[in-house]
Design a protein around this ligand. Structure first.
Ligand code: IFM
Length: 712
C-alpha cells in the first residue's frame, strides 16, 4: 500500500511552493516515482460529466487520450463502442526542458495540484478541478515562471464531436492571462475555464456552452474553487471513513470514495459507470457487473442520487434486454455482459492472447449472472434509501422481467430439479459450465424477491414503507399472484451445489473432479494463471480467477447454505489466483465477516495496491472502479459489519470485526435519508444521527434518537 508521503506539497495553487498537508487526505506523487500514464489515472479529476486525467500541462499529445466524456459512446474498432475521448483542455505552452515535479491530489478538496521547481524557484504551480458544483465545468489556475513559457497561453478553438445517437459534446474555453514582476522573477498567472456541454440524443448547443462558460468565468476561479470545495466538504461530512492507527487504510478508502463520487453527477438522469469510470480508456467505458455489484453498493450508502442514476441507466435499457431475451427464445429481460450506449451487447467476440493468437471471448454469450446482479442492485438501493416509488415503478419492472428471464432460462430435469446449463460464473477461467453456484444462487434470489414483491410482501431488507408502496404499485403485466407462486416454486428447485457432507458449495457441476491445483503452485498471488498455464490446461484445474462462490456469500448470504461461509472460504481461497482486480477486496470483506481479520487486512492491503501501486500493471488504462468499490465494502460491510439488516424492518446493522492493529473505525453513511456517523470499537459503537434511526448492533435492535449515543 502506498506509504503516506513524508513531505507532501500544499494544494494552494498560489505559487507558495510545497508545504505540509494531511497525508491521509493527499496522494502525493513525485514525477518519476511511477509511470506517467499510471499517475495520470490516479490523479484524474472528474465530475460525472467529464474526466480529465492528470496529464502534465506541457503534454500536447499524450499517449492516452486525456479527456473522457461520460455516457457518450461512439463506434470503435474491436470494441463496438467506446466513450468519446477528447484532447486536453489544460495544455500550456511550456518549454521542453521543464524539470519534473510533484502531483498532489487533495481528496478532501477535490483538487489536483502540480508543482515544478528548480533551484528553489517554483516554475509551475497549478491547480485544476472538475467542478462538483457545476458538472461539465473544469478549471485550471496556473502560476508559471514567465521564462518557462514559449508562447502566451491561449484558448483552443471550439471542439465539437457528434455521435451516431444524434448526441455529442461541444467544448469551449476561456483563458485569462495576467503578468506580474519582470526579469527572472516575472510570473504569468493563467486562469482557464472549460465547459463540456454534453447531449446524448440531440446536438449539443454551442450557445448554451458559451452561456455556461460566461457564467462560470464571471464567477472567477477563486469562487469556483470555493463552491467546488463546499460540495466536496458536504460529501465528506456524510461519507468520510477513517481508521485510527492505519493511515494507509484511511487513504485507500478515501481515495476510493473520491473516485467513486467523481464517476457520477447530480446533473445526470442516468449514469453509465464503466469499469474504469472516467479515468481511462480500458474496457472502452463499457458497463459490466462491476457497476452493480461493486460500485452501486457504495453509492447507495453515500450518494443515493448517484446510485439512482446508475440504476436508471439499466432501466432505460430494459427494452433491448427484453428484445435479446425474446431473440434467444426466452422471456423477460437478459442484460448484456458489456453494455454501452444503446444497451445491446458490446462484448468483444475475440481477443489476442500472449502468443499473438486470436482467441474467442465467450463472456458476452455465457456470463449471464449480470441479469440477476442488476435486480440485486435495485434492491440494494431500495434497502439503503427506502425509495418506495422506485420499487413500485422501475424497480418492479427490473425485478419482474429479470425473474421472467430466469424462469424461462432454467432446465428442469426428470427429478424436478432446475439447472442453468452452459454459463460462465465470476470465475472466468472455467467457461461453459453447468450449475455455477453463484449464478444459480443469484437467479434463485432474483426469483424469490420478484415473487415476494408481486405477492405483496417484498423483503428488500429495508424500510417497511418502501415495501408497502411497492406492493401497492403493481400492474398485471408486471406479474400476478399465479406467476409469483410459480417463481417461488421454481426457486425452491434450483440446485445450488451445497454438499451436506462438506458443508460447502461445489463451484459448478464437476468442479470437484478437476485437478486439485492450488494457486500458490503458480507463483505468488495475484497471478495471471491463464498466462502461466494456458487457457485449456487451466480449465482442467481447480484454480479460479476470482471470488465466485465467496461472492454469493456477500451478495445473497441468505441463499447460501447456513454456516457455509467458513467452509467455502477454506476451500476456495487457496485456489484463487486473484487474476481479476475484483477478487482481493471481495475476499477481504468475506474474511472479515468470518472473523479472520488478519487475513482480511492483508487482502485489503492487496486491494489497495491494485491501483495505488499499479499491482497488475493495468492502471495506466484507468482505475479499477470495482476494486475501489470493493475496498469501501471490505471496510464498511466487512470490518464494520455496517449495512442493511438482513432481517429487514428498516434497521441498519452494525457488527464490527476489527483487526488488532485498528483503533476506532469511523464510518459515515446515509441510512434511509438520515446521515449517520458511526464510531466502531471492539467494546462499543457510537451512533450519531440527524433523525431517529434503528440500529441492530451485533443483532440487537435499538432506536437511537439524535444527536446519538453509545450502544454497547
Ligand atoms: O467484470 C470483470 C470480470 O469480473 C473480471 N474481468 C474484468 C471485468 C471488468 O473489470
Amino acid at each position: 500500500m502506498r506509504a503516506a508521503p513524508e513531505a507532501p506539497a500544499t494544494v494552494s495553487g498560489d505559487g507558495a511552493g510545497p508545504a505540509a498537508t494531511d497525508a491521509t487526505w493527499c496522494l502525493a506523487i513525485d514525477d518519476g516515482d511511477e509511470l506517467d500514464r499510471v499517475v495520470e489515472s490516479l490523479t484524474c479529476v472528474a465530475d460525472g460529466v467529464v474526466g480529465t486525467r492528470g496529464v502534465r500541462e506541457e503534454e500536447q499529445d499524450p499517449a492516452i487520450s486525456p479527456v473522457v466524456v461520460a455516457a457518450l459512446y461512439e463506434p470503435a474498432e474491436g470494441v463496438g463502442e467506446r466513450l468519446v475521448q477528447l484532447p486536453s483542455w489544460c495544455t500550456l505552452p511550456l518549454g521542453p526542458d521543464l524539470p519534473r515535479g510533484r502531483h498532489v491530489l487533495d481528496l478532501r478538496a477535490g483538487v489536483l495540484a502540480r508543482q515544478v521547481w528548480s533551484g528553489g524557484r517554483v516554475l509551475v504551480d497549478s491547480v485544476r478541478f472538475a467542478s462538483a458544483a457545476r458538472p461539465g465545468v473544469s478549471v485550471l489556475r496556473a502560476t508559471v515562471a514567465s521564462s518557462a513559457l514559449v508562447a502566451s497561453p491561449t484558448s483552443r478553438p471550439v471542439a465539437l464531436r457528434r455521435t451516431p445517437s444524434g448526441g455529442g459534446v461541444v467544448a469551449v474555453e476561456t483563458t485569462d492571462v495576467h503578468r506580474a514582476g519582470d526579469g527572472d522573477e516575472a510570473t504569468t498567472v493563467v486562469d482557464r475555464v472549460a465547459v463540456h456541454q454534453v447531449e446524448r440524443h440531440r446536438p449539443p448547443s454551442e450557445a448554451l456552452a458559451r452561456a455556461r462558460l460566461a457564467a462560470a468565468s464571471s464567477v472567477g476561479s477563486t469562487r469556483l474553487l470555493d463552491e467546488h470545495r463546499r460540495v466536496w466538504s458536504r460529501r465528506w461530512e456524510v461519507a468520510d471513513v477513517e481508521v485510527d492507527g492505519d493511515p494507509e487504510a484511511t487513504l485507500a478508502v478515501r481515495f476510493a470514495l473520491f473516485h467513486l463520487f467523481s464517476s457520477t453527477s447530480v446533473r445526470s438522469a442516468e449514469a453509465a459507470v464503466g469499469a474504469r469510470g472516467l479515468t481511462g480508456p480500458a474496457y472502452a467505458g463499457h458497463v459490466l457487473w462491476d457497476t452493480e455489484a461493486f460500485v452501486l453498493p457504495v453509492l447507495a450508502a453515500v450518494d443515493p442520487a448517484g446510485a439512482r442514476a446508475v440504476l436508471e441507466y439499466r432501466v432505460r435499457r430494459l427494452g433491448p434486454a427484453m428484445a435479446r431475451a425474446v431473440a434467444e427464445g426466452r422471456r423477460g429481460a437478459r442484460f448484456p455482459w458489456e453494455s454501452a450506449g444503446d444497451g445491446t451487447d458490446v462484448t468483444p467476440r475475440s481477443g489476442i492472447d500472449q502468443h499473438g493468437d486470436e482467441v474467442p471471448i465467450l463472456t458476452g454469450d455465457l456470463e449471464e449472472h449480470v441479469t440477476a446482479d442488476v435486480a440485486w442492485a435495485a434492491c440494494r438501493y431500495v434497502a439503503w434509501t427506502g425509495d418506495g416509488a422506485f420499487l413500485a415503478g422501475p424497480g418492479r419492472r427490473l425485478l419482474v422481467e429479470t425473474a421472467r428471464y430466469w424462469a424461462s432460462r432454467v432446465r428442469t430435469d426428470e427429478a424436478g430439479r432446475a439447472h442453468l446449463d452452459g454459463v460462465i460464473g465470476p470465475d472466468e477461467y472455467h467457461e461453459g459450465v453447468d450449475d455455477n453456484a453463484f449464478t444459480n444462487l443469484m437467479a434463485r434470489w432474483n426469483l424469490r424477491r420478484a415473487a415476494e414483491l408481486v405477492a405483496g410482501a417484498p423483503n428488500v431488507a429495508g424500510d417497511r414503507r418502501a415495501a408497502a408502496t411497492a406492493a401497492a404499485g403493481g400492474a398485471a403485466s408486471l406479474g400476478g399472484a399465479e406467476e409469483a407462486a410459480a417463481w417461488e416454486r421454481l426457486a425452491g428447485t434450483i440446485v445450488d451445489g451445497l454438499d451436506p457432507a462438506t458443508g460447502r458449495h461445489e463451484q459448478f457441476s464437476g468442479y470437484d473432479d478437476l485437478d486439485p491445483l492450488l494457486a500458490e503452485a503458480l507463483g505468488p498471488v495475484p497471478v495471471a494463471a491463464d498466462l502461466v498455464l494456458g487457457h485449456e490446461r487451466l480449465a482442467r484445474t481447480q484454480v479460479i480467477k476470482q471470488a465466485d462462490v465467496v461472492m454469493a456469500h456477500l451478495l445473497v448470504p441468505d441463499e447460501a447454505g447456513p454456516g457455509s461461509l467458513a467452509a467455502d472460504l477454506d476451500h476456495y481461497l487457496p485456489r484463487t489466483a486473484h487474476g481479476s482486480s475484483l477478487s482481493p477486496s471481495a475476499h477481504a470483506y468475506a474474511l472479515a465477516r468470518a472473523g479472520r481479520t488478519a487475513e482480511a487486512l492483508a487482502l485489503l492491503r492487496l486491494a489497495a495496491a491494485v491501483d495505488l501501486e499499479d499491482l497488475t500493471e493495468t492502471t495506466a488504462g484507468g482505475l479499477h472502479l470495482a476494486n475501489l468499490g470493493g475496498i469501501w465494502q471490505a471496510v464498511v460491510h466487512g470490518f464494520g459489519g455496517v449495512g442493511p439488516d438482513r432481517r429487514g424492518g428498516g434497521a441498519l446493522a452494525v457488527d464490527p470485526h476489527l483487526p488488532d492493529e485498528w483503533g476506532e473505525l469511523r464510518i459515515g453513511v446515509r441510512w434511509q435519508g438520515v446521515p449517520v456517523r458511526l464510531r466502531l470499537r471492539s467494546d462499543g459503537v457510537h451512533v450519531a444521527c440527524a433523525a431517529p434511526v434503528v440500529v441492530a448492533v451485533a443483532g440487537t435492535r435499538t432506536r437511537v434518537e439524535p444527536p446519538g449515543r453509545w450502544v454497547t
